[in-house]
Design a protein around this ligand. Structure first.
Ligand code: NIG
Length: 403
């Protein structure tokens, strides 16, 4: 089956991170994009959708979320809005509720969050474990995550559970827990922060997970300056996420990690993507991550929701894009790129076909997965110009109309 989407007002392709066309059309064939061009030259197709001048973007690629949890942390949020500062201690509340929930309930909750994300334009989504924190519950979280998300990250190193010895717990994360989650996950992450995992413990986790064949990511420099960025770059991690407290040397390290990358062609030697999480920065009242400075230094940037019960209970990537434009001094094109192409880059999914035969995501290019987001607006600028207005008109996920 083929579908022609025609009379597109602004088509923001983000092809290799660039590109906008006007009065364009796209043909979808099955799960892939088969043709892109001027609407006047569009070929025939089995069905036709008239965009009536609306904008079309790649679907959001949400490269950082924590969707496998039960329970509620409204009280913690209220306390924070009353002046308390965020500490990772609230993770334990979610761990208790998650362990107490049955498989069916945990799956139902996670699927609901994915559906909420898709309804707002997300078409490719990573999620993490990290609210199980023992072998049984981390493995269960990983199994459930593999059934609901496109990419799964092992975050046994989220917090040392109360009553556990930090070094013994770290050993377990690197040993029995890693073995138990291994069939379900492609990535591993560590929360390298004062109050979570020390640089030395983080190094042990990254080493064990790399040796087990997992790709690496790091939660770093969220609550204060620290070793997160240094470790991420040293280990060649795909991304370092949060990055609120960066020294000039951190920015420089990240920029140098991209020195072998051709940003024009979107090819070359990968560095470490800096993933900024604007909704989390607002919800924790932290300084915003220096996205402008990172981009100006030549760092590849991703924007993600960080949907989780503690620091960022939103799956709206559009909200994050809006915030990045209004508060982080990004242009609309830069923010959309970071939330589409940048997210794909952070998941190694921006080009080619992965080991499971899945097509590239995060940009609108012939041969890529047909993941499209049509706005109720003529241009992507409206995402920032009309903040808070739900602008998703239609969503195609792997060629299938999802909204
Ligand atoms: O990415 N920083 C660590 N992990 C989550 C928050 C977890 C929580 O508080 O539940 C984050 O912000």
């Amino acid at each position: 089956m083929s579908e022609l989407i025609t009379n597109i007002g602004e088509l923001m392709t983000q092809d290799r991170g660039h590109g906008t066309r006007r009065n364009a059309a796209v043909v979808l064939e099955g799960e892939r994009i088969a043709w892109i061009g001027d609407a006047v030259h569009a070929p025939a197709a089995d069905t036709v959708t008239d965009a009536q001048g609306r904008a079309v973007l790649p679907g959001w690629v949400d490269s950082h979320s924590h969707l496998i949890f039960a329970g509620d942390r409204t009280a913690e949020f209220e306390a924070r809005m009353a002046g308390e500062s965020y500490s990772a201690g609230g993770i334990a509340v979610s761990v208790n509720a998650t362990r107490a929930a049955g498989d069916y309930e945990l799956t139902r909750l996670a699927l609901g969050r994915v559906a909420e994300a898709v309804s707002q334009g997300t078409t490719y989504l990573e999620t993490k474990t990290g609210y199980g924190l023992d072998v049984e519950h981390e493995a269960r979280s990983a199994r459930i995550a593999a059934g609901v998300a496109d990419e799964v990250t092992y975050l046994g190193a989220h917090l040392v559970p109360a009553g556990s010895d930090p070094d013994e717990y770290t050993e377990m994360v690197c040993g029995t827990m890693l073995e138990a989650v291994r069939p379900y996950v492609k990535w591993a992450d560590v929360f390298c922060e004062t109050g979570a995992f020390t640089p030395e413990q983080s190094r042990r986790v990254l080493t064990a997970c790399r040796d087990a064949g997992l790709g690496l990511r790091v939660h770093g420099n969220q609550l204060g300056p620290g070793a997160g960025v240094e470790l991420a770059v040293e280990f060649g991690a795909a991304s370092v996420d949060h990055v609120n407290f960066l020294t000039d040397s951190d920015v420089d390290l990240l920029a140098r990690s991209w020195s072998g990358w051709d940003a024009g062609r979107g090819t070359g030697e990968r560095g470490t993507v800096a993933t900024v999480l604007p909704a989390c920065d607002l919800s924790t009242r932290q300084p915003l991550a220096p996205a402008r400075k990172l981009l100006d230094a030549g760092v590849q940037l991703a924007i993600a929701s960080n949907c989780n019960p503690g620091t960022s209970y939103t799956s709206s990537v559009a909200f994050c894009v809006t915030t990045a434009v209004l508060q982080m001094q990004l242009s609309v094109h830069e923010a959309v790129r970071a939330a589409t192409w940048g997210g794909a880059l952070a998941l190694y999914r921006e080009s080619g076909v992965d080991e499971d035969g899945r097509r590239a995501v995060g940009s609108i290019a012939v041969g890529h997965r047909a993941d499209l987001h049509m706005l109720k607006a003529p241009s992507a600028t409206h995402l920032a110009y009309r903040p808070g207005i739900p602008l998703t008109h239609a969503v195609w996920r792997a060629g299938v109309r999802a909204v």
